[in-house]
Write a protein of this length. Structure first.
Length: 127
């Protein structure tokens, strides 16, 4: 009986790992699409920290602000503000930003593969 339980646990763990890998790959592809929609090279989404710099530049206009994500407590507040600004940069409202905050993988896919176009930082059209 003990072997059946451990086999079931291993099977469940395998399903979890496969699901996590699939979600990671889909999120990476969606971020690539978001970057290309905004006129940046998609490969920039693959480089740690640099992708945060570019994302802050796209959403807020000031890429250097990504350093705030490295400060405890401040990072939570800045992430919320960044999500709001990213949603506005693609012409979406606060409800979409809340989705980006609480279900980031799903809403990143929607943003990447949806019909939204990049407007500019903070939703202001670029001249």
């Amino acid at each position: 009986m003990q072997n059946v339980t451990s086999t079931l646990s291993n099977g469940q763990m395998a399903v979890y790992c496969i699901t996590a890998i699939v979600m990671c790959v889909l999120t990476i592809v969606a971020e690539w699409k978001i970057f290309t929609k905004a006129g940046e090279a998609g490969w920039k989404s693959l480089i740690p920290f640099y992708n945060l710099y570019i994302l802050c530049k796209l959403a807020d206009g000031k890429g250097v602000k990504f350093l705030l994500l490295l400060v405890p407590i401040v990072d939570i507040v800045f992430y919320v503000m960044l999500s709001l600004k990213l949603a506005r940069a693609f012409g979406k409202d606060t409800a979409f930003a809340i989705g980006l905050i609480f279900l980031p993988n799903i809403f990143t896919l929607i943003l990447g593969f949806g019909g939204m176009e990049y407007i500019g930082p903070n939703g202001e059209a670029q001249a």
